[in-house]
Design a protein around this ligand. Sequence first.
Ligand SMILES: Cc1cc2nc3c(=O)[nH]c(=O)nc-3n(C[C@H](O)[C@H](O)[C@H](O)COP(=O)(O)O)c2cc1C
Length: 234
Amino acid sequence: MVIASGVLRPGAPGNPQLSHRCAVSALPGPLRHNAGMSHTPTPLLIFAGSTRAQSHNRRLAQVAAGIARAQGAQVTHIELADFELPLYNADLEARGTPAAAIRLKELFHAHPAWVICSPEYNGSYTGLLKNTIDWVSSPVKGDPLWSSGSKPFAGKVVGLLSASPGALGGLRSLSHLTPLLLNLQCWVTPKQFALSRAGEAFDADGQLVAEPARQAVQGVVEQALWAAGKLSNS
Ligand SMILES: Cc1cc2nc3c(=O)[nH]c(=O)nc-3n(C[C@H](O)[C@H](O)[C@H](O)COP(=O)(O)O)c2cc1C
């Protein structure tokens, strides 16, 4: 597994970030995740629903990942471009689920908390996000591990962010993504944040220019980590 610029790349064994352990006393309570007998930092998965080189949502995911790491989370930041999924087609699937879909199932399942940065296309989320979720939620015939389509999703706490050059910041994409995730048995955080005028929102280092925007992203990240910690301890 290659990690470039803090982004997890698929295809190699093991995730070094997932094996990281941290002293319990060093972590605030909500950020602890009860994994069996041991307490570890909460594993948080972050990805954006865009593969565009200059994507605002990919930038926002980078910011969210930095905030989550500073909060003591174990962050796995993936790029969907690295998971080459064809357009979902049941006939194609009948010939075998793509390895990238299985890898994504494993990643989704392994992380109790997620942050998704969703672009808005035509008042909704992108085809890339829908296609990814369709593949990951499709049961794998003959594989008892993945016979339940909702297994990678059920019980996950998902914080939602969006970014758009427009005035609404892609907010409408989140209002469509929320019921989709609820249908898959995810818990969507009440806090969400849509970054408007995204073209002017980041500085040359990729950081958010406006402190209130940074705080809003932090609020979503913290709530996702907090709720995932609560659910894992219940
Ligand atoms: C097909 C299409 C539809 C779009 N529809 C919307 C829209 O409904 N609302 C909006 O705010 N932006 C819309 N946009 C602009 C996107 O927000 C903009 O391209 C944005 O940069 C995409 O996210 P990204 O930067 O993460 O790739 C649309 C863009 C495309 C290509």
